[in-house]
Design a protein around this ligand. Structure first.
Ligand SMILES: [Zn+2]
Ligand SMILES: [Zn+2]
Length: 292
């Protein structure tokens, strides 16, 4: 099945000045492989956000591996990776991120769901023998570990910033809001909805955003038997957007067993419920030119 463009691919002018997003991995929990998963893609979460030229990498699932191949050729010397949390589907691509293998690169890993602690100790356990042959510290690139508390506003040396919010997920997860040129987009994964829905702090956080990327892993039927697992449905994403004056919704963290045929039928239902909503897929690029 071809990666044809949809009406969601709205690349319009002022490319270098835009707020933009590119999806490198949209699959939740584990990668999906095979011909039935080609259209939406099988890599686990990784999203490239550009505020003008300024790069943020959101999450380090297996989608970060092809992104790294591109950044190794043409990326900046300093790369900020902001993590939603440390579950394996969000960090498993990290040791295979090519800039980490280049001695002239510096990679900053930002983690917000450990009450201010960085992820250094956790990564030290995960990426070390016998679980993994080398530690992150042994990679040629310089890796820095930075902790913050979800809810803090992140500020960077070059003046860039990102707002954050603690999400309802086992062990916590961090949601992000990036703004540039009067535009903004939010990354809200992984999250389980609550009752009542949406909570005021989440509604306020995404209010008026140009795009919300939202965890829609389960169908409403699946959710009934998966309560407490920390994930949501696209219907709750639509409800959140309606309550927050958001017109575009990218349903994300797709279930690894939902194949292209199923997801395309869901995509039609999502669009019928909310015209600006769609299922995210690998390779999709969206650009939001600055407001004049
Ligand atoms: Zn996940
Ligand atoms: Zn998770």
């Amino acid at each position: 099945m071809s990666r044809r463009k949809t009406e969601a691919d709205t690349a319009t002018g002022a490319e270098g000045a835009s707020l933009s997003v590119r999806f490198w991995g949209v699959r939740g929990s584990v990668p999906a492989a095979g011909s039935r998963f080609e259209h939406f893609g099988g890599n686990t979460p990784c999203v490239e956000v550009r505020c003008g030229q300024r790069l943020f990498v959101v999450d380090a699932g297996t989608g970060i591996i092809p992104l790294g191949q591109e950044l190794a050729l043409s990326g900046p010397a300093d790369i900020d990776i902001v993590l939603s949390h440390l579950h394996l589907d969000h960090v498993g691509g990290l040791p295979f991120f090519k800039p980490a293998l280049l001695p002239d690169r510096r990679i900053r890993l930002h983690c917000g769901n450990l009450r201010g602690e960085s992820a250094e100790e956790a990564f030290g356990r995960l990426f070390s023998p016998p679980l993994f042959p080398v530690s992150l510290a042994q990679l040629p690139g310089r890796i820095e570990h930075l902790g913050f508390k979800a809810g803090d506003t992140l500020t960077f040396a070059d003046g860039a910033s990102a707002e954050t919010l603690l999400l309802n997920h086992p062990g916590g997860a961090t949601g992000y809001r990036f703004s540039h040129g009067g535009r903004s987009l939010c990354y809200i994964s992984d999250i389980e909805h609550t009752d009542p829905w949406p909570p005021p702090e989440l509604r306020d956080f995404v209010q008026g955003a140009d795009l919300v990327i939202y965890d829609g892993m389960f169908s409403e039927t699946e959710y009934i038997r998966c309560q407490g697992w920390g994930h949501s449905t696209w219907q709750k994403g639509v409800d959140l957007c309606r309550a927050s004056a958001v017109e575009r919704l990218a349903v994300f963290h797709l279930h690894p067993q939902h194949d292209d045929a199923y997801l395309q039928s869901e995509d039609a239902k999502v669009k019928a419920a909310m015209p600006g909503a769609f299922l995210a897929r690998e390779g999709l690029v969206l650009r939001f030119p600055p407001k004049s």
